[in-house]
Ligand binder design. Structure first.
Ligand SMILES: Nc1ncnc2c1ncn2[C@@H]1O[C@H](COP(=O)(O)OP(=O)(O)OP(=O)(O)O)[C@@H](O)[C@H]1O
Ligand SMILES: [Mg+2]
Length: 372
């Protein structure tokens, strides 16, 4: 490799502020991942095999599901990944068929659907059209996998109770669990949607699943991940720059990538300086607004938005009672709205009757909009 090319390679930006993209260095999460993997390594019945991850936008839910799926596959499991949407059941069955076929000896890699399924040392009939039921189709596939002692991990993103197929899926999955099948289920979603799913009247089963709020990582974890990512690129970074940048992430994984990306782009110096970090944070604020905050605010009701505006104008920590006064609503109405905003991960409680913004940069954005 000539010297110029090598230099260009080294200077490539190693941060990935792209949703769903697994970063070079995963901040935190070791324990969450270790728990789930222990579940997969244990016999069916281990509770970590059914886990729901919740967290606000940009907290790294999709990335975590993807990472766990890769780890599972490295252990010889088959993993299927889909989002909760109409058509998910067909999508799941097709993915299993395709992936199971990869485990077959080459000569029998014929299509698994249709009249016959062969290659696992025997031949059996699996006719989804005739059987008419997704469950029957799944039973056939699970039997085939069981013959080979292959576990099956279902990974479902963006869960919601609004999709009837999601409810059907969970009801059927419950039967797989009762039958002690070698299966696992990882789900992820925004807190309010997960709550809607686990309180759905037809699937009380999920209420007993492990729920992990993946929220934010610690500032030292964010700092360490930023440093390792920069080290990987071949450049360096001053301690002050790292301190400043990691504080500003407030532990939100997306901001680790976004701030890191912008601070990296400020110059081509071998070492990233505090001034690069400061300008990087400014650039990141604008993208954060477009990529996360606007989408978050668009989902709120008028009353919820008014509540957020009523939190402005003073210290970071505010009393719910003062918000109620500013909004001119009763204390109980205000605490009702507060509960919803806490569930959404937008507001956090930090003492009795005291709250603060939980999403990085949100306060600043609202103040800016309020000024107009
Ligand atoms: N543990 C982590 N450490 C560092 N960066 C991370 C981590 N997890 C995710 N990221 C980065 O954060 C961004 C968002 O990740 P992801 O798409 O998984 O979020 P999400 O929670 O699924 O968001 P949404 O609710 O909008 O779907 C991506 O740029 C990803 O590279
Ligand atoms: Mg996601």
């Amino acid at each position: 490799m000539n010297a110029d090319v090598k230099e260009a390679e080294l200077l490539k930006n190693p941060f990935t502020p792209v949703f769903g993209h697994e970063p070079l260095i995963l901040a935190g999460r070791e324990k969450l991942i270790a728990d789930v993997l222990r579940g997969l390594d244990s016999p069916p019945g281990e509770p970590n095999r059914i886990t729901i991850f919740t967290g606000p936008r940009g907290s790294g839910k999709t990335v975590l599901l993807g990472h766990i799926a890769s780890e599972a596959e490295a252990r010889g499991w088959i993993s299927v990944h889909t989002s909760a949407a109409e058509g998910m059941l067909t999508d799941i069955a097709e993915q299993i068929e395709r992936k199971a076929a990869e485990h077959l000896p080459k000569k029998s890699k014929s299509k698994l659907t249709g009249v016959q399924v062969s290659g696992f040392g025997f031949t059996r009939e699996v006719e989804p059209e005739k059987s008419g039921s997704w469950r029957t189709q799944m039973d056939g596939l699970l039997d085939l996998l069981a013959e080979r002692k292959i576990g099956l991990l279902f990974s479902i993103d963006e869960v919601t109770a609004d999709v009837p197929e999601m409810i059907r899926f969970v009801s059927t999955f419950q039967i797989f669990v009762m039958e002690k099948r070698n299966v696992a289920l990882m789900m992820a979603g925004l807190p309010s949607r997960v709550l809607g799913l686990i309180t759905h009247k037809d699937i009380s089963f999920l209420r007993r699943a492990f729920r992990r709020d993946i929220g934010s990582v610690s500032i030292p974890e964010a700092r360490a991940a930023m440093k390792k990512t920069i080290d990987f690129s071949g450049r360096g970074v001053e301690g002050k720059a790292l301190d400043f940048a990691s504080e500003k992430t407030e532990g939100l994984p997306f901001l680790i990538q976004l701030i890191g990306y912008h601070m990296f782009n400020q110059s081509e110096r071998k070492r990233i300086l505090l001034e690069d970090a400061q300008q990087g944070v400014k650039d990141a604020e604008k993208d954060m607004e477009d990529m996360i905050l606007d989408a978050t605010l668009a989902e709120l009701t008028d009353a919820e938005t008014r509540f957020l505006y009523a939190m402005l104008g003073g210290a970071d920590r505010v009393r719910v009672g003062d918000v109620a006064k500013n909004m001119e609503v009763s204390a109980s109405q205000a605490s009702h709205i507060k509960r919803k905003l806490v569930r959404l991960g937008i507001v956090a409680e930090c003492g009795r009757g005291v709250i603060e913004f939980a999403m990085p940069m949100l306060k600043k954005l609202l103040e800016k909009e309020h000024a107009f």
